[in-house]
Design a protein around this ligand. Sequence first.
Ligand code: PA5
Length: 447
Amino acid sequence: KNISLNIDKVAGFVSKETIAAYAPQVKACIETLENGTGKGNDFLGWLHLPSSITAEHLTDLQETAQVLRENCEVVIVAGIGGSYLGARAIIEALSNSFQWLQEKKNAPTIIYAGHNIGEDYLFELTEFLKDKKFGVINISKSGTTTETALAFRLLKKQCEDQRGKEMAKKVIVAITDAKKGAARVTADKEGYKSFIIPDNVGGRFSVLTPVGLLPIAVAGYDIIKLVEGARTMEALCSNPDTPFAENPAAVYAATRNALYQDGKKIEILVNFQPKLHYVSEWWKQLYGESEGKENKGIFPASVDFSTDLHSMGQWIQEGERTIFETVISVEKPNHKLEVPSDEANLDGLNFLAGKRVDEVNKMAELGTQLAHVDGGVPNMRLIVPELNEFYLGEIIYFFEIGCGISGYILGVNPFNQPGVEAYKKNMFALLNKPGYEEESKAIQARL
Ligand code: PA5
């Protein structure tokens, strides 16, 4: 059994024929990816990454993870954007929701830093770490990203001060470029264990490189199964000869582009499992950074239901009709909990007695789907048998190749992110970074 896509509830908005008419174009896009003849073709390393990961590489990652697991109560994953969202998405999807509060832990607590410049966040983090045996995974492809470099500077010093230079060397790992960037220079000089982010894999496509795999292994999850899931989807979705209707990523890319042409400018990724919150954050980066260029692209948004049915639900039901939903629907929960019967029935909930909580959730999901379709919101469902490493691996690859195909249908280069530089340039000019003298003068004149 694999993840699958159901687009039945799109039919009232764009017809199945309209979507099927994309088949030749989608096939051409997959061939373009395969042949490496399209835009951004120097960043296609993710396409056959799952099938090219070797057992030795996975063992190396697991052994390094074990060193951190044995020597740390807390491990900080320092990274931003593609250098942290994939790891966080998978770790949170697999973790106990209350692991923070559990006294007995069988893996280090994973904490994230380097993805903001909040002084209070960093202050509170350093306070929290004061009595902790902690390690750091410093992740930056460029090795020069300010947010991450700033957090790492603080964490490195604190780790060395608290644990001594020798132990710090053991529990700090760098994941960065093979040659360039400050993170590489530091790792080589300090003698940290390091892993390389391949040149041809962009940040938001890097979760199956050490960027995602090492933190996921440190958190105690099975990276072999994760890669297996991704391989399964790679075999199915990257093959141009897979019939259109049997390739879920092809159908997804075609459907969302057909909806976009029909005026649906916003795609909302929906979950009914709070653990999937960061899968949505990862997906938003993947699609937002890949498609939002040349003044076009679907705006990727996300909600956690049923929580957000009590906030964004109103807008989705009755606001501007420019949205569609893609629901990640998990078929089977990992635990069983039934609603108890209550003799007094003061809350009037005895009609639910004996039912599983998930049955209530599923009826909320179905009821929401019907209500939103009635309200003019097309609805796709990505059906996931259960939340485990294998299916999360399938989800990763499904969305990655869906994004590559979709970006090519849209006509943009899905693998660059030139727009991300604009804020950096201004920030460096405002902070008088050496080399930005002209920009500093120009920006000061504007203030
Ligand atoms: O997808 C991307 O390329 C970006 O989001 C990067 O991952 C992010 O900017 C972090 O870059 P770096 O890994 O160079 O620190």
